[in-house]
Write a protein that binds this ligand. Structure first.
Ligand code: HMG
Ligand code: MG
Length: 299
């Protein structure tokens, strides 16, 4: 059975823009977030408080966050890798953070300059303090379905990291298919394994990149399993600078088109969202990779 309603966790302003070659002016980013909110998205990942040398595209987090933090009725999670990042986020009034772990050693090293266990140790005090401050904490797990260096990723590795994040106190998990290699059967296998190991479906979100065109099929499988939180990026922007072969996320428009057809509520106004992504594509100087954006903006 499909859910009645899906909560879209919009990542375009973070996962999307972190990977852009062009420097996007802070005011354009703020306008992007405002327009996404205006299109009905209620969870909009705004930026990252990471080391600016690692992701220069999001080095303006201090300038951007105050421009959007007062948006009515919108949750604005931000990425935080360590204590320093948490201090920066809390100082600006952020009340939802996300730490980001990896199911593989190689990506933990590439993305966080730590072994997998060192990265979990890095997050532990961050999650504890964030919870003490009353913040909501999401725990991402990257490379859940395959890794560009290590190849196939065994289910038990993913389960171990998910369980560790839950034990730390993460309210929600997001299963990342960072390089877009997952297929629906694999998604169902992982969800079942997690359930068997005590991780309930209602704390699990899915985060698909569309490298092999499987993101929507994978999402459908997850919805049938009972997942109700789906990450997507307006216009299909995105990728990860520290994972070769990562392309954009599942496009929010493609997701909304499918959900509308299925009669699943999202609260999103598709026309406004398409207009926003078409506008953003102009700012970036290249067409949106989303099929739905292209189909609806050429009418
Ligand atoms: P490091 O180079 O090992 O840094 O980076 P460090 O921990 O040794 O710290 C050295 C110095 O860096 C510090 O000095 C600070 O000055 C500075 P000290 O405190 O020791 O005197 N520094 C910072 N400055 C500002 N803000 C900070 C910060 N931290 C340290 N937060 C680090 C380690 C984790 C910081 C680095 O690797 C990093 O920032 N990584 C982030 C990479 C990233 O953002 N990747 C993309 C997001 S993940 C993703 O896209 C996947 C996802 O979409 C899901 C999926 O698709 O799978 C979520
Ligand atoms: Mg991602």
């Amino acid at each position: 059975d499909l859910p009645m309603r899906v909560r879209i966790h919009e990542v375009g302003a973070r996962d999307g823009l972190q990977n852009e070659k062009t420097a996007v002016p802070t005011e354009v980013k703020a306008e992007f977030v405002r327009r996404l909110a205006d299109a009905g998205l209620t969870t909009i990942e705004a930026t990252s408080f990471v080391r600016p040398e690692w992701v220069p595209q999001l080095a303006d987090a201090e300038e951007l966050f105050p421009l959007v933090r007062d948006l009515e009725g919108v949750r604005l999670p931000v990425l935080v890798p360590n204590r320093r990042g948490l201090d920066r986020a809390l100082a600006l009034g952020a009340d939802r953070i996300a730490v980001f772990a990896s199911a593989t050693e190689t990506f933990a090293k590439a993305n966080l300059n730590r072994t997998l266990d060192e990265s979990l140790a890095l997050f532990e005090p961050v999650v504890r303090r964030a919870k003490d401050e009353g913040a909501h904490v999401r725990g991402y797990v990257s490379m859940c379905f395959g890794d560009p260096w290590e190849g196939a990723v065994p289910l038990h590795q993913v389960v171990r990291v998910c369980t560790a994040l839950r034990e730390m106190g993460c309210d929600e998990l997001s299963l990342g298919d960072t390089i877009g290699v997952a297929t629906p059967g694999h998604v169902l296998e992982l969800l079942s394994s997690l359930n068997e190991q005590g991780v309930p479906t209602n704390v699990i979100g899915v985060h698909f990149h569309d490298t092999y065109g499987q993101a929507l099929a994978n999402t459908y499988a997850a919805l049938e399993h009972g997942v109700t939180t789906v990450d997507a990026s307006a216009g299909g922007l995105g990728g990860c600078p520290y994972a070769k072969s990562a392309t954009g996320n599942l496009a929010t428009e493609d997701l909304v088109w499918m959900l509308q057809g299925l009669g699943v509520e999202t609260g999103v106004d598709l026309g406004r969202l398409v207009a926003t992504s078409a506008w953003m594509a102009e700012q970036l100087g290249r067409p949106s990779p989303s099929r739905t954006v292209r189909a609806l903006s050429h009418k």
